[in-house]
Write a protein that binds this ligand. Sequence first.
Ligand code: TYM
Length: 327
Amino acid sequence: MTIKLYLNSRFESGKPFYLYTGRGPSSSSMHLGHLIPFTLCKWLQDVFNCPLVIQLTDDEKTLWKDLKVEQAYQMALENAKDIIACGFDINKTFIFSDFTYIGQRPEFYRNMIRIQKCVTFNQVKGIFGFDDSSVIGKIAFPAVQATPALSTSFPDIFGDKKIPCLIPCAIDQDPYFRMTRDVCPRIGFDKPALVHSKFFPALQGAKTKMSSSEANSTIFMNDTPKQLKNKINKHAFSGGQATVEEHRKLGGNCDLDISYQYLRFFLDDEAKLEQIKNDYTSGALLTGELKKILLDTLTPVLTTHQENRAKISDEILQTFMTPRSLC
Ligand code: TYM
């Protein structure tokens, strides 16, 4: 993945900052789309050698989905393993479930209340679309997601120092952080900076977003090679023509073709990607052949992830999830 990044003066010249990202555990396995911001996060952590906090919003998913507290917490633990399997540095990463951590550190809860005191019901209604029938947990939740952007919410890592925060995520999380950026200066903190990754589309089409709630449109990190093959061959939307003859004559449309779109994220070789685009557009490359290239690219991504995940012991998980000082 090619990454070009321009950070403003707050993030220059070796000044300390930390990364903050998260996951709402609504399924026991994460999907390929989730990998995008987490891969970016890992790259940022490696390059800037900085601490990273990862919030698992099991409280959010209990409030929004048909999930009991215990189920959401369990999924948070499962998702934490998927996240660790991305290769984060155990000495620089703290992963926390809201259900566990918020009760452990009063500093987090105090910051949450500072934020809640600055935002009216009218404002969250406007930002998140709540109405009179929304349960009150939902109304208060945006402050929970905003709180990790204040470094003092993590006294074990930052003490009482105010350190700038950079948040990698996709655009769907922006409403939370627009609110956070509005509140931060009013309570004496820098606004967090954000870096948005593109949406990874669902199998059904380039203009969609991959989501956990649609099994047939989603590739989960725990899919077997056979499931992956079935999903790609059966469901990946094709930008090709109806017959081989027509395809050879008219060529395919890479903008619409999901296999090509997925390769844009996962094929590192830019020259090869360009060649594939030219060949598919001219009709020299058929849809079946393009899907085969995608399968050869994605199968090792999933199997390597699954192997890494299988190596994560309860002890490693517990270390990542223990509030502690980070190097
Ligand atoms: P969640 O679990 O919906 O998504 C986790 C992260 O993955 C991004 N994402 C995607 N990125 C690319 N393509 C997709 N198809 C796709 N689907 C999801 C999301 O933008 C997110 O970065 N409320 C949050 C959890 C959270 C959080 C955070 C996320 C708490 N604090 C701070 C980011 C930053 C949620 O439910 O994410």
